[in-house]
Design a binder for this molecule. Structure first.
Ligand SMILES: Nc1nc2c(ncn2[C@@H]2O[C@H](COP(=O)(O)OP(=O)(O)OP(=O)(O)O)[C@@H](O)[C@H]2O)c(=O)[nH]1
Length: 477
């Protein structure tokens, strides 16, 4: 959707006023609503637009003060209204503008690894700024701050604004980011259409969570029981289930629905005595949701990291460290079941010359092709690793030295037959084989295979040798 700059600011004013009207409609007593959605929109607007939106938000605040006068028919004059509206605008815009400014830097760099850090900052900033707003608001509305106004007005205002910010600002940010995706914000959280479009599954979860919420609030109302009302805290569980199984966008949408339903039920029943419990529950559930949101992101980042640690990115073979871990495990198995197990070391012949003559990327291509050819000679249980540079190693469980030599020979011939786009490029490899002695450490077999490989190089390359051959040919130093 293409909107002019003026259009965008007008849309912001209208949306802010619509949310403000919604909050007034959902008041369970005059000036008392369990949440204040405009605070969420202000926070999101400052997060995305920076100080550019201060005039627009201030205008919305002043207009809402005039509208409020019409709704409640109070005695204030226009001059008085403009004065109160400006006061409200200044406090609201500066407090939320400064707090969003503190978050702007981190939110642009958000990813799976720093999500917890961002969530903690967001919750702390939201809590402190909404408290400042509540104190500032009450101080300007009432003459002086007494213990009574503090407990009655500041607490309600604080938690109302806090819920508005915690529950709704991520949703507004996501919507604005969809309207103006050029900002590239929150891409790490994939605020986009779900990959698996199982809408009915998501719908069932939403319906289940809403049904539970309605049941708890209705029962608490019927029995006028704060104890039953406290069960709304357990509704963090279905919300966390949604976070764990759905996309972040769907999760924050579900949180928004949860808050709208709570506000609507409280308005419907007019249960002002229990309203504070629902207000606090909203913020607590929102905090749980954000904490849990980090878990799937961390898990997938962890999986990726694991994968990177175990797989050589160039050849797709196992990395050196992971190869040694698997080798230790295979040796234990061989010892336990008294099975033979062998090791093959492979080194590309004159690979430096390949790089020098044909370039590094051709060298990389050669390494990839060698890995593919070698794999062709292996069983699924065999392990192929890259030792680094142009060296590979293969672990062959349930294989004695004779069979391992046969496998190595097969690999050698396959590599020798490889062809490349450069007709002048031919590749050969040397192989060193040793059978592992389960009573001795892996390092022992490794050194034997390495000596055999060295001997194969000295003997003219492109050949397979094992310890026995080496001893008979006296090829050691
Ligand atoms: N293209 C490419 N080259 C690499 C990579 N890793 C190491 N090399 C190069 O591989 C070459 C290895 O050479 P060496 O093993 O020392 O010697 P060689 O030329 O193969 O000679 P011999 O082993 O004695 O037959 C070096 O030039 C390294 O720079 C890589 O990932 N890609």
């Amino acid at each position: 959707m293409k909107l002019s700059v003026v259009g965008k600011h007008l849309l912001l004013v209208f949306s802010w006023l619509a949310l403000w009207r919604l909050a007034v409609l959902m008041e369970y007593a005059p000036h008392a609503s369990i949440w204040f959605p405009p605070a969420g929109l202000t926070f999101a607007a400052f997060l995305l637009g920076g100080w550019r939106v201060i005039g627009t938000i201030s205008l919305a605040c002043i207009l809402s003060t005039i509208w409020e006068h019409h709704i409640y028919n109070d005695e204030r004059t226009l001059q008085h209204l403009l004065f109160s509206g400006t006061q409200f605008a200044l406090i609201h815009s500066f407090i939320y503008g400064i707090s969003a400014h503190l978050l702007r830097g981190v939110i642009n760099r958000i990813d799976s690894y720093n999500l917890y850090h961002v969530v903690m900052r967001f919750m702390t900033v939201a809590a402190i700024s909404s408290l400042c707003m509540a104190i500032g608001g009450v101080l300007t509305l009432y003459d002086g701050l007494t213990l009574d106004t503090l407990s009655q007005s500041v607490l309600g205002w604080w938690i109302g604004d806090l819920s508005g910010i915690l529950v709704l600002s991520p949703l507004f940010v996501a919507f604005m980011n969809r309207l103006y995706p050029k900002r590239g914000l929150l891409t790490a959280l994939q605020y986009s259409s779900p990959l698996h479009d199982k809408r009915w599954g998501y719908g069932i979860k939403l319906a289940f969570s809403t049904l539970l919420l309605t049941t708890v609030v209705t029962l608490a109302h019927l029995f006028n029981s704060p104890e039953i009302a406290c069960f709304v805290f357990f509704l963090a569980l279905p919300q966390m289930w949604i976070v764990y199984t759905e996309t972040p966008f769907r999760s924050i949408l579900s949180l928004a629905l949860y808050s709208v339903t709570t506000a609507a039920l409280v308005t419907l029943y007019g249960i002002d005595t229990l309203a504070f419990i629902y207000q606090v529950a909203l913020s607590v559930v929102a905090c749980c949701v954000y904490f849990v949101m980090g878990v799937p992101a961390l898990l997938s980042a962890n999986r990726e990291l694991h994968q990177k640690n175990q797989t050589d990115h160039l050849t797709g073979t196992v990395t050196r460290d992971y190869f040694f871990t698997l080798a230790e495990h295979q040796m234990k198995q061989a010892k336990r079941y008294r099975q033979a197990i062998s090791l093959i070391l492979i080194d590309v012949d004159k690979f430096k010359a390949v790089n020098d003559s044909f370039g590094h990327s051709t060298g990389d291509e050669v390494l990839r092709n060698i890995a593919l050819e070698v794999k062709e000679s292996l069983r699924e249980s065999d392990i192929l690793g890259r030792f680094g540079g142009d060296e590979f190693m293969v672990m062959l469980p349930q294989t004695n030295e004779d069979d391992a030599v046969a496998v190595a020979e097969q690999m050698r011939q396959r590599v020798e037959r490889l062809t490349f786009p450069h007709p002048a490029l031919t590749i050969t490899c040397s192989f060193g084989v040793s059978e592992l002695d389960p009573k001795k450490p892996f390092q022992h077999a490794f050194e034997l295979a390495d000596s055999s490989l060295l001997a194969a190089k000295r003997a003219g390359r492109n050949q397979t040798l094992r310890c026995r051959d080496v001893a008979s040919k006296s090829l050691y130093n």
